[in-house]
Design a protein around this ligand. Structure first.
Ligand code: SAM
Ligand code: DTB
Ligand code: SF4
Length: 338
């Protein structure tokens, strides 16, 4: 069974938004009184996502650590001493077992992450086998492997890849404070190759890296102005990992984080907005506000790539407490004709 019923298929739209979102317009939304902002975001959410379901996506680091890039937030960069042990690409058997366990625990999407700057063509061949294995289990597949060439993106698409995750992370003006081993344009080029290959785009960013409010608005403007905007938008709160240059960053004000989710929902109404890294620090009440603000996807499973995530059983309990249904349960009731 495929966990995508016809009514859940993502339609790509660009017409339900202004021609371009200015950073000022986004900043004005972010500065609204909190209740006004939440009301607007929840109204948009109800209009575009009447089922109100929450997608469960499970992450697996299929190739860990030893990355030559210097992204200041990342525990997997070889340039920082974070204690992460480098591991080579996992086998098809190992990945299949993990994907099957994720599916059996309720996930509908399986996301494979690799700590590469850019994969080699022979790496793509191996990842294609992993994609075919995940697709064989009836799950949506997602991969995040670093920069891609156009032929590599096409090869991934031919293997059945549904989504490619490649984050812009922050506003262009703040990017050089985050990473110096690549340029913002490199990210945009890969996103373009992914789009051209017909793969759905998963693209978001990180809040809490010392950026100013205008940079947060700038990130959302960049995402919302992609044409079309991404089908999935992961919003991460920085996980401050000892040994990374950003380990001592000021923690994000939780209500400011909720505001970012709300503005992502308003500006990209048809996207799955994913409440991503950093949920362990948010607590249940703030996560509930994020769902109110329009988050409708989470990473599900006790690990992100190398850092922790809430236990699946705690997430299941939270969704139950809030009366929120998972995408899987909505699809199953549709199929049963309920
Ligand atoms: N190497 C590939 C790349 O950079 O595109 C894929 C893996 S990379 C770990 C995927 C994304 O994870 C990054 O773009 C970043 O947004 C997010 N990420 C990494 N470390 C993080 C952290 N400490 N806190 C929050 N998000 C993080
Ligand atoms: C995304 O936006 N967040 C995920 C996923 N895409 C690949 C990664 C979060 C990583 C958090 C730190 C870690 O565990 O490495
Ligand atoms: Fe490498 Fe990706 Fe980590 Fe940057 S975010 S250091 S590219 S694994």
């Amino acid at each position: 069974m495929q966990w995508i019923s016809p009514s859940r298929k993502q339609t790509r739209v660009s017409e339900d938004r202004p021609a371009a979102w200015s950073v000022e317009a986004i900043q004005q939304l972010l500065d609204l009184p909190f209740m006004e902002l939440l009301w607007r975001a929840q109204s948009t959410h109800r209009t575009y996502w009447p089922e109100g379901d929450v997608e469960l996506a499970t992450l697996l680091s299929v190739k860990t650590g030893g990355c030559p890039e210097n992204c200041g937030y990342c525990p997997q960069s070889a340039q920082f001493d974070t204690g992460v042990k480098a591991q080579k690409l996992m086998s098809v058997e190992e990945v299949t077992a993990a994907a099957r366990a994720a599916r059996d625990a309720g996930a509908t999407r399986f996301c494979m992450g690799a700590a590469w700057r850019a994969p080699k063509d022979r790496d793509i061949e191996k990842v294609n086998e992993l994609i075919r294995a995940v697709k064989g289990l009836g799950m949506q597949s997602c991969a995040t492997l670093g920069m891609l060439t156009a032929p590599q993106a096409e090869s991934l698409r031919e293997a059945g890849l549904d989504y490619y995750n490649h984050n812009l992370d922050t506003a262009p003006e703040y990017y050089n404070d985050v990473v110096s081993s690549r340029q913002y344009q490199d990210r945009l080029d890969t996103l373009q190759a992914v789009r051209a290959a017909g793969i759905s785009v998963c693209c978001g960013g990180i809040i809490g890296m010392g950026e100013a409010p205008v940079h947060r608005a700038g990130l959302i403007a960049q995402l919302a102005n992609l044409s079309p905007y991404p089908e999935s938008v992961p919003i991460n709160s920085l996980v401050r990992v000892p040994g990374t240059p950003m380990a001592d960053s000021e923690p994000v004000d939780p209500l400011d984080f909720v505001r970012i989710i709300a503005v992502a929902r308003i500006t990209m109404p048809k996207a799955r907005v994913r409440l991503s890294a950093g949920r362990q620090q948010l607590g249940e009440a703030v996560q509930a506000l994020c769902f109110m603000a329009g988050a409708n996807s989470i990473f599900y499973g006790d690990k992100l790539l190398v850092t922790g995530n809430p236990e699946a059983s705690d997430d299941a309990r939270l969704l139950e407490k809030l009366g929120l249904r998972t995408t899987r349960s909505v699809i199953e009731s549709e199929e049963a004709g309920c």
